[in-house]
Design a protein around this ligand. Structure first.
Ligand code: NAD
Ligand code: MG
Length: 416
């Protein structure tokens, strides 16, 4: 059995420390942004915020994985200092557009972070691939606006420790964590009783286990309230996304995993809540659009005037409802709690198994019910390490992926 990660409250959690600049300080220059994962859903919303506030922000670095043509178009338009096409082993060449430095491959992402000399790095890459450039940004003492939760699931203790040692902040873009961050502002030293993470429930809320077995990829991708990339949309349908968010919150806010409760809130208007020991509960509400948390972290500690979206109309929301989730139908959330309690390499193995399971489901190779089956099998075989270094985490990630691929083949074959 492995130790639970960390004490109940880590007093020196870096985001609790001083902000990067005083609220009274006006930026003397436009904030230089390195955007990793520019062609995805979060990447596009980030570009929208930058386009809306050209006197506040400029893009100095961009990455895409395989969309060379889009990267070239963005580079021509935004004139960043450097770009990276991470899914290619050869330099982007023409695809680099008018950028002065071009990089390629996974290691190119870390080079991009350094070469473009940003003030902040937005990590909007999907999956554990976000880990290396996030670590590089922190090593360089650069604040990170983090959308990618897999980074903290895979190596949260190492990432937070590095941020603490370098004295830099990790600003959460994930809407729940951005909400918690805002609820805790001014209360960083107040004892928290629990954090209530809200979940829309995804497209399969209220279904039975039998009804879920044969759902199609298109049904699983049809999220009721959020428009997101395919991987996180499937994670939302299995509720693994919420499990990852428990682990993400545990690391970001230095609170024990069992202080996080998940409640289904289909309207997605309350983005999360914090209850203090005196019973006071602070909630964050807003429209369901990632533009808001992105604008919040890019401008932080200031706030930008928002004229793009109408305010949340309470007369149209009419009611805010909350309900429990079905632990039998959505076992992935329980797996995440268990992996987080065990700590060490367990969450990295959980994430790696999930990445493969989701990839295989999206490719039509396994059924929806095969996702938790596959993850369960990988975790049962996982030989965890209690206090891993980066190499042990990478090994656990690689082994879990390999095991998941093997299991996916036999799961796929057994269904044929
Ligand atoms: P997406 O699939 O729309 O975009 C992913 C981006 O990452 C693309 O630019 C792609 O080119 C790049 N990419 C893909 N694989 C890569 C790899 N192996 N190496 C480097 N780059 C790679 O995903 P998204 O919905 O924008 O989500 C991005 C991250 O933000 C995820 O970790 C997700 O969990 C998190 N997040 C997303 C939302 C949302 O509303 N979309 C909300 C909260 C958190
Ligand atoms: Mg979220």
């Amino acid at each position: 059995m492995f130790d639970v990660l960390g004490p109940a409250v880590i007093e020196s959690s870096p985001w609790r420390a001083r902000p990067n600049c005083s609220p009274l300080m006006t930026p003397s220059h436009r904030k230089r942004i390195c955007l990793l994962g520019a062609t995805g859903s979060i990447g596009e919303s980030t570009l929208q915020v930058v386009a809306d506030f050209p006197d506040r922000f400029e893009i100095v670095g961009l990455s895409a994985h395989t969309s060379a043509a889009t990267l070239a178009r963005l580079a021509d338009e935004l004139k960043p200092a450097a770009v990276c096409l991470s899914g290619s082993e050869t330099p982007p060449g023409e695809a680099g557009g008018s950028a002065s430095a071009w990089f390629s491959g996974e290691e190119g992402l870390a080079k991009l972070v350094e070469a473009c000399e940003p003030d902040i790095v937005v990590v909007a890459i999907v999956g554990a691939a976000g880990l290396t450039p996030t670590l590089r940004a922190l090593e360089l003492g650069l604040p990170v606006a983090l959308a990618n939760k897999e980074v903290l699931v895979t190596a949260g203790a190492l990432v937070m420790d590095l941020a603490r040692r370098r004295g830099v902040q990790i600003l959460p873009i994930d809407s729940e964590h951005n909400a918690i961050f805002q609820c805790l502002a001014g209360h960083a030293d107040d004892p928290v009783r629990r954090v209530i993470l809200t979940a829309s429930g995804g497209p399969f809320r209220g279904r039975t286990r039998a009804e879920l077995a044969g759902v199609t990829v298109a049904e699983a991708l049809d999220h009721p309230t959020w428009q997101m990339g395919p991987k996180i949309t499937i994670d939302s349908a299995t509720l693994m996304n919420k499990g990852f968010e428990v682990i993400e919150g545990h690391h970001l806010f230095g609170l024990d995993v069992d202080r996080f409760e998940v409640v289904i809130h289909p309207e997605s208007a309350v983005h999360s809540m914090v209850e203090f020991v005196d019973g006071s509960i602070l909630a964050h509400l807003g429209v369901t659009n990632m533009y808001l948390p992105i604008a919040h972290v890019l401008a932080y500690p200031e706030r930008l005037e928002n004229s793009r979206f109408d305010a949340l109309d309470f007369t149209r929301v009419a009611s805010l409802t909350f309900e429990d989730y079905d632990r039998e139908v959505f076992p992935c959330l329980g797996y995440a709690y268990e992996a987080a309690r065990r700590g060490g390499t367990w969450p990295a193995a959980l994430n790696a198994a999930n990445e493969i399971a989701v990839e295989r489901f999206l490719a039509g190779e396994i059924q929806f019910s095969g996702i938790p089956e596959l993850i369960d099998a990988v975790l049962q075989a996982h030989d965890g390490v209690a206090h891993p270094g980066l190499d042990e985490i990478r090994r656990a990630d690689a082994e879990a992926r390999e095991k998941a691929r093997e299991n996916a083949r036999s799961l796929g074959l057994s269904r044929k």
